[in-house]
Design a protein around this ligand. Sequence first.
Ligand SMILES: [Zn+2]
Length: 259
Amino acid sequence: MSEDLYSVVCTGKLKDGFSVEDVAAALAKTFPQLSAAQRQQIVQGNVRIKLAKSKPRAQALDVFVALDSCGVHCEIHSDALYAAAKAAAKAATTAKPAAGAKIKALPATRPEEDERWMRHALELARRAQAEGEVPVGAVVVHDGKIVGEGWNRPIALHDPSAHAEMLALRAATAKLRNYRLADCTLYVTLEPCVMCAGALTHARITRLVYGAADPKAGAVQSIYDVIANPRLNHRIDWQGGVLADECGTLLRDFFRARR
Ligand SMILES: [Zn+2]
């Protein structure tokens, strides 16, 4: 199935405090490429929006974010991803979706799934610790499978850029034979720095999940907003604080032991 089957379905319900005019105005501003008729359809709700074939997922996310921000409840559906999601649901211990149920196209948004991969990143962080490096681990997941792993190795590799995220990105792009990582999620135990946040943006990664915030160098939202900045062309769906205590404790214990 081709990717252009992505669509955004609006339920047509407005959140409290928003009017239809608000939505139409926001859509006109965010999506000048949509015709007035298309915008009207969206405002009326219960429609499937046909998305650009060139970058349907990116556009679906844009539509979703814009609509959500101006008060329209909507869901992103992907016929192509539905089969994969159904297979993953079968493998998981959680309740199966009803037959024919539509599943959100965003990858791995279930909390238990996020924790599972973050635990894997924590294992990699411990590997860095065992090697005398600052304990940070990262893993790239695509279609429910690991396609890249990394743990901090700047000392061992004599390379200031050998952060866990960079190594995981390099492994994933090599494995997928693509310098861009569409439909991939990167899990990392610590909020990425400026370099890694920049690399994630260049890689057009779909989603970022991190554990502990980094109040000294975090570039998602703590110090800089390289990821969260709404002016960026490529927006990454991101979430912090997954297993934050475990991720943070590992780092604190490491630095305490070194003092
Ligand atoms: Zn970094």
